[in-house]
Design a protein around this ligand. Structure first.
Ligand code: TXA
Ligand code: MG
Length: 341
């Protein structure tokens, strides 16, 4: 059964008042929770960067609730962009488009383009409708860390620093939106998400992968992103049990995120079976990593995921989580980092 989550009138008013006062509001989307500010108030948008510890060079997505408002934000919708917008909005797609002159530099990072999304989560739509303007919102997590897919994750990240947190339950997709740029006549996939490359190509034909060398800023351009604090290593399924067992025999507490059950029970191993379905695995990914991160383990081992495109976004986030966790911690360098040979 689909749970329809709606905010009460009082909560909605509190959120809209906060946005109008230049305060921050965390809100659910179908991908992950956003940390929102009035996209037309530079002081408010700067607060987002400060609270997240986010470098100014990482621009933010502007959320709107209807395509008719696009002209406030962008100068041009190419035929490809229009097809993508019609096919996937409202939904987990972000389009990078030529910016309108009035869009704030703090939003775009001073670039000629702006990232726009029309989310489908009912509570995000209620908020956008009641507010009436654009909401600039990155994912509601500290820079480089795991995104938040539940209201309590946002609370864990920021405590009381966010004026209002709208609780819309668990995010349906659980992974950040697919980002596609439609600039200079080409269509480029900048960040994989639940809308797959195949779906994009079926809609517009040719889609290039990654930013071109002239794109100044690329989503998640840092190889290290989406990271837990515990070192994370990706391990082929065939080696997972043996590695978990040998590390735990050495006396280390080990966490495992797998697509199956363990072959037997190991002492000191916390094993999460997230299943073989990409959708469910993605939905639970950040919540699982947050739980395992808190389990006091020396290392998180993640079973390598399948190569087909339904797993592209998950593979991308896990590779960055492994790189980020490695960069954070020299302590476990002896074990190696990233994908084990
Ligand atoms: O699902 C999502 O996209 C969530 C929800 C809250 O909408 N938002 C999200 O925002 O993931 P954030 O800030 O964590 O990731 C957005 C990415 C960043 O890596 C940023 O650099 C990139 O989008 N970005 C924003 N504007 C851009 C632009 N004009 N050109 C290229 N990349 C851009
Ligand atoms: Mg983010």
């Amino acid at each position: 059964m689909v749970k329809v989550v709606r905010a009460s009138q009082a909560d909605l008013e509190a959120a809209v008042d906060a946005l109008r006062d230049g305060e921050l509001v965390a809100f659910p989307t179908e991908t992950v929770y956003g940390l929102g500010a009035n996209a037309s108030n530079p002081v408010a948008v700067r607060k987002v960067f400060e609270l997240k510890d986010r470098p100014a060079s990482h621009p933010v997505i502007v959320h709107i609730d209807q395509q008719k408002y696009l002209k406030r934000w962008v100068t041009e919708l190419t035929p490809e962009a229009e097809k993508l917008a019609d096919a996937f909005w409202p939904g987990p797609l972000t389009l990078v488009l030529p910016r309108a002159e009035s869009v704030l530099d703090v939003v775009t990072g001073g670039q000629d383009s702006v990232a726009i999304r029309i989310p489908s989560h009912p509570m995000a739509r209620q908020l956008l409708d009641a507010f009436g303007g654009g909401i600039a919102a990155p994912s509601a997590n500290r820079f480089g860390r795991l995104s938040a897919t539940r209201a309590e994750h946002v609370q864990d990240e920021f405590g009381d620093a966010v004026k209002v947190i709208l609780d819309g339950g668990e995010c349906q997709v659980g992974l950040e939106s697919t980002i596609v740029s439609c600039l200079d006549g080409s269509v480029r996939l900048l960040r994989p998400g639940s809308i797959t490359l195949g779906q994009l190509r079926a809609t517009v034909g040719e889609v290039l992968i990654g930013a071109d060398s002239t794109s100044p800023r690329v989503p998640g351009s840092s190889a290290a992103h989406y990271s837990p604090g515990t070192p994370l290593t990706i391990v082929p399924g065939g080696e997972l049990d043996a590695l978990a067992e040998s590390l735990s025999e050495g006396g280390q507490r080990i966490a495992v995120l797998a697509q199956r059950l363990p072959l037997k029970t190991y002492q000191y191993v916390t094993w999460v079976n997230a299943g073989k379905r990409a959708e469910a695995f993605g939905h639970d990914l950040y919540a699982n990593l947050r739980t395992l991160d808190k389990a006091g383990c020396a290392r998180i081992l993640v079973q390598e995921v399948p190569g087909d495109e339904r797993w592209d976004a998950i593979r991308d986030r896990l590779a960055r989580a492994a790189a980020g966790a490695a960069a954070d911690s020299g302590r476990y360098a002896a074990l190696g980092t990233g994908v084990l040979p």
